[in-house]
Design a protein around this ligand. Structure first.
Ligand code: IPD
Ligand code: CA
Ligand code: CA
Length: 263
């Protein structure tokens, strides 16, 4: 059993988010090779989070979106997206967050997500539940959709899927970590994603499981975080939702563009 001080991790996420806001008026966005934005804030936040975690957990490994992986393969792994939702941050859309997950033996065992613009602090620990600003997260399951149910999709997923027959309101919030944390809270009923990394999702997946969600591909196969770590991105589209709703979506979502094809 890995013991961690979740209060310490919460403090780091909060501090990192507040620092990011302070840096926003000196933000310098640039495009990466894949044409997505990165900024000085993403890099500085990763350095900050890594430094703080390493002081306290020197034997743990670390994976961050901007500077990659460090440390031993067998150690518990911090999987950190310093800013998830960078495009939102660049254009001043308030949904972006600092995401700190802990993966051990292929499973997300703890996570903290902080959205500094909305002051939402989510956290979860395997076996201890998941919370946002002190309130326990618990999803409500359903076997069919109501027109006012809100369904989250990543931008990549919605462009590749036939969604016109789905009842409900479709939402594309721009941060997969927030999408999954919101699904764990029931703010979104579900999230459908396509091509995401372990650092994007580790923290939020821990919360989603604790709140009663499954994370599965459209054929029912569980999302394997260990495989995502090894391969870099999820190999196929997936859904995060309470079990009956996940089944409903698996039966009712069709792909417009096959897995493996370019967006
Ligand atoms: C992105 C966001 C977005 C998702 C992308 C991610 P970033 O992360 O989470 O919602 O659809 O695939 O890359 O680049 O802002 O860290
Ligand atoms: Ca991300
Ligand atoms: Ca990022």
């Amino acid at each position: 059993m890995i013991e961690i001080d979740i209060e310490f991790v919460k403090t780091i996420a909060k501090e990192a988010g507040e620092r990011a806001i302070e840096m926003q008026n000196a933000m310098t966005p640039e495009l990466k090779a894949d044409n997505s934005y990165v900024t000085n804030i993403d890099r500085e936040t990763e350095r900050f989070v890594r430094g703080r975690l390493e002081e306290r957990y020197p034997d743990f490994a670390f994976l961050g979106e901007e500077f990659g992986r460090h440390g031993s393969d067998d150690a518990p792994l911090w999987a950190v997206d310093p800013i998830d939702g960078t495009t939102n941050m660049v254009f001043n859309i308030p949904i972006w967050c600092v995401s700190i997950g802990l993966i051990y033996q292929g499973e997300a065992i703890a996570g903290v997500i902080y959205l500094p613009r909305t002051n939402e602090l989510f956290w979860g620990v395997k076996g201890e539940g998941a919370f946002c600003n002190g309130v326990r997260l618990q999803t409500r399951d359903r076997s069919e959709l109501h027109p006012e149910d809100t369904l989250g999709f990543t931008s990549g997923a919605i462009k590749r899927m036939e969604t016109s027959l789905l009842t409900g309101r479709l939402r594309c919030l721009g941060s997969i970590a927030a999408d999954i944390a919101y699904t764990a809270r029931g703010t979104l009923c579900s999230l459908v994603g396509w091509n995401e990394g372990a650092y994007d999702m580790a923290a939020a997946l821990c919360m989603a499981h604790e709140a009663g969600c499954v994370a599965e591909h459209l054929n029912g196969e569980p999302l394997d975080l260990g495989r995502t770590l090894r391969e870099g991105k999820t190999h196929a589209p997936f859904v995060v939702a309470p079990p009956n709703l996940a089944k409903f979506l698996q039966e009712n979502i069709q792909l417009r563009i096959p897995v493996g094809a370019k967006e």
